[in-house]
Design a protein around this ligand. Structure first.
Ligand code: F6P
Length: 503
C-alpha cells in the first residue's frame, strides 16, 4: 500500500473515539463477546476501552494498509525484519515457532544448556547452592522476572540477579552467598557491556578471595559472542551460546534464561517455551478482530495517537508479577521509543508511550488518586490471577481481585458530585484487564510472548523498527570518554561535575 493509503487510514481513525465508555456499553451490547479474548490461559478484556465497533474496523483497515500480516509472516519466516542492523529477529524460533532450520539450531543450543544443567545438578562443578547471575538490560530483566515470579518456592538453587554497576548491588549478593557453593553466570549478548564485565571481574575476585582454587571453573557464560567469552577466560564447555539474531530484550527464551531453567528445573523451562509457542500460534492464526496482541496494539495506538496519552500504567495485582512493569519498560520503550520510520523518515505521530506501573493494592494507596482525578488521561492495564499465590485465608486473594476489578469499574463509571467538585470523579477513564488462570511457567510464557507480539504489532502499525536501540549508544560513548579523562569536548557543567569527583 502507498503512504497515501496509510495516511488516509490514520485520518479516518483520528476523527473517531468521542463516545464515552458508558455510552459504548449501551450502544454496543455485544462488547464482551467481541472484545474479550480467551487464549493460552489468559482472559484479555478490552471492553473498557474506547475501541468502538467503528474504530475497530478502521484499525483493521490501518493494519491492512501498513502490511501488518506480511510483516508478521516475515518475522516468523526468519526474514530480515531488523533492517537497520540487517538481521532477522529469531526469538520465536527459540520456542519452536519459525523457520525449520532456525528452530533446529535453537533446539540444539537448548540441548547444550540442558546438558550443562544436568552436569551442575550432578555436582560436576562441586556442590552448588547459589547462582549469581550477572547481566544488565535484556540479559537480566527477563530471567529476573521469571525467577521472582516462579522460582520463589522451588526447592532448588538460590539465584540472585545483579545488574547495576553500583558495587552495593554486588556486595549485597556477596554477603548472602558462600563463594565455595556459588556458580557465577555472566550473561551478555555482546560480552562487552561495561557494567557486566566489571561486575564479572569483581565476582571472580570474590571467588578467589573466598578460597575457590579455579574461579573460572565456576563461571558459565551466556552469550551470542562465544569467542569473546573464551578470550576472557571461560572454558568452551561452560559457554552457552545463542544466536546473534535473538535481540537482547527478547532473549529470555535462549541461554539467557539459564538461571531460570536452573531455578525452575528443565520441565518448568520447557513449559514456559510451550506457553509462548501457544501465543505465537494465536498471533499467527487469529483474525485481526480476535487477535489479542493486535487488539492490544490498536488500543495502544488509540490512546497514544487519538487521545494524546503520553503514558500507560500497568498494575499487577499479584506479588509474583511485581517485576513485570520494569521488564515491560525495556521491552516497550527500548523497542518502540523511536522517532523515525524503517526508511529513516520522521514518524509524524507519537510512538511508544512511557510505560510505568506498580503492584496492586499498594499502588491504590499511592498513585491512583491521579488516575481517578488527575488532569492526565492514563490508559491502565490490570493483570491478575484467578488462582492465588499464597496459602493464607482465601480472604486475601479475594480482596486482591475485588480491588482490581473495582478500580477498573470506578475509572470507567466515575461519580458526579454537583455540590463538591473535589469529591467528583469524571469517569470515562479506560482500562484493560488481563486475567490469568494461574501464574505458572506456561501462562507466564504466553503472557510475555503476548507482550512481545503487541510490541511488534505497534511497530508495524507505526512503520518503525522495534529491534534496534541506537538511542542508548551516545551516553555509553560519552561515559567511556569521561572515564578516560577526555573532557575537552564537553560542556562546562559536565566538566565541573567530573572535576568535583576527581578531587
Ligand atoms: O544498552 C542497551 C543494551 O544494549 C540492551 O539492548 C541490552 O539488553 C543490554 O544493553 C545488555 O547488553 P548485553 O547483553 O550485550 O550485555
Amino acid at each position: 500500500m502507498t503512504d497515501g493509503t496509510i495516511e488516509a487510514a490514520w485520518k479516518a481513525i483520528e476523527g473517531e473515539g468521542a463516545d464515552t465508555l458508558t455510552a459504548l456499553f449501551e450502544t454496543e451490547p455485544d462488547r464482551l463477546s467481541r472484545l474479550v479474548v480467551e487464549e493460552a490461559g489468559i482472559r484479555f478484556d478490552f471492553a473498557k476501552t474506547h475501541l468502538s465497533r467503528g474504530l475497530l474496523d478502521k484499525f483493521v483497515a490501518l493494519a491492512e494498509a501498513t502490511g501488518f500480516a506480511k510483516a508478521r509472516d516475515a518475522l516468523f519466516a526468519g526474514e530480515v525484519v531488523n533492517t537497520s542492523e540487517g538481521r532477522a529477529a529469531e526469538h520465536p524460533a527459540e520456542r519452536g515457532s519459525g523457520a525449520p532450520d532456525s528452530v533446529a539450531r535453537a533446539r540444539s543450543l537448548h540441548q547444550r544448556m540442558r546438558a550443562l544443567i544436568d552436569a551442575i545438578e550432578a555436582e560436576a562443578m562441586g556442590p552448588i547452592a547459589h547462582v549469581l547471575h550477572i547481566g544488565i538490560g535484556g540479559s537480566a530483566l527477563g530471567p529476573h522476572l521469571l525467577i521472582d515470579a516462579l522460582g520463589r518456592d522451588a526447592d532448588r538453587y538460590d539465584v540472585e540477579v545483579v545488574s547495576n554497576v553500583d558495587g552495593a548491588a554486588l556486595e549485597a549478593a556477596f554477603r548472602r552467598f558462600d563463594p565455595q557453593a556459588t556458580l557465577v553466570a555472566v550473561a551478555s549478548k555482546t560480552f562487552t557491556t561495561t557494567e557486566t564485565m566489571l561486575n564479572a571481574r569483581s565476582a571472580l575476585a570474590w571467588l578467589e578471595e573466598g578460597g575457590v582454587e579455579d574461579p573460572f571453573g565456576r563461571v558459565v557464560a551466556l552469550t551470542a559472542a562465544p569467542d569473546k567469552a573464551i578470550e576472557w577466560g571461560v572454558d568452551e564447555t561452560r559457554i552457552l551460546p545463542f544466536g546473534e539474531s535473538v535481540g537482547g530484550r527478547y532473549s529470555l527464551w535462549s541461554s539467557i534464561g539459564f538461571p531460570a531453567a536452573l531455578a525452575l528445573g528443565w520441565d518448568g523451562f520447557e513449559s514456559l517455551l510451550e506457553g509462548a509457542a501457544a501465543m505465537d500460534r494465536h498471533f499467527r492464526l487469529a483474525p485481526p478482530t480476535r487477535n489479542a496482541p493486535l487488539l492490544a496494539a490498536f488500543v495502544d495506538r488509540l490512546y497514544a495517537n487519538v487521545k494524546g496519552c503520553e503514558t500507560r500504567g500497568l498494575f499487577a495485582y499479584d506479588e509474583r508479577l511485581r517485576l513485570l512493569p520494569s521488564y515491560l519498560q525495556q521491552l516497550e520503550m527500548e523497542s518502540n521509543g523511536k522517532s523515525v520510520t524503517r526508511d529513516g523518515q520522521p514518524v509524524g505521530r507519537a510512538t511508544a508511550p512511557i510505560t510505568w506501573g506498580g503492584v496492586g493494592t499498594d499502588a491504590q494507596h499511592a498513585v491512583f488518586q491521579l488516575l481517578h482525578q488527575g488532569t492526565h488521561l492514563v490508559p491502565v492495564e490490570f493483570i491478575a490471577s484467578i488462582e492465588a499465590g499464597d496459602t493464607l485465608d482465601e480472604a486475601h486473594h479475594r480482596q486482591l481481585l475485588v480491588n482490581c476489578f473495582a478500580q477498573g469499574a470506578a475509572l470507567m463509571a466515575g461519580r458526579a458530585n454537583a455540590e463538591d467538585p473535589a469529591r467528583a470523579y469524571p469517569g470515562n477513564r479506560p482500562s484493560t484487564t488481563l486475567l490469568l488462570d494461574r501464574v505458572d511457567p506456561a501462562t507466564l510464557g504466553a503472557l510475555i510472548a503476548f507482550y512481545e507480539h503487541r510490541t511488534f504489532a505497534n511497530a508495524a502499525l507505526l512503520g518503525i523498527n522495534p529491534f534496534d536501540q541506537f538511542g542508548v549508544e551516545l551516553g555509553k560513548e560519552i561515559a567511556r570518554s569521561l572515564d578516560s579523562g577526555g573532557t575537552d569536548a564537553f560542556d562546562s557543567s559536565t566538566k565541573a561535575l567530573l572535576a568535583r569527583i576527581s578531587g
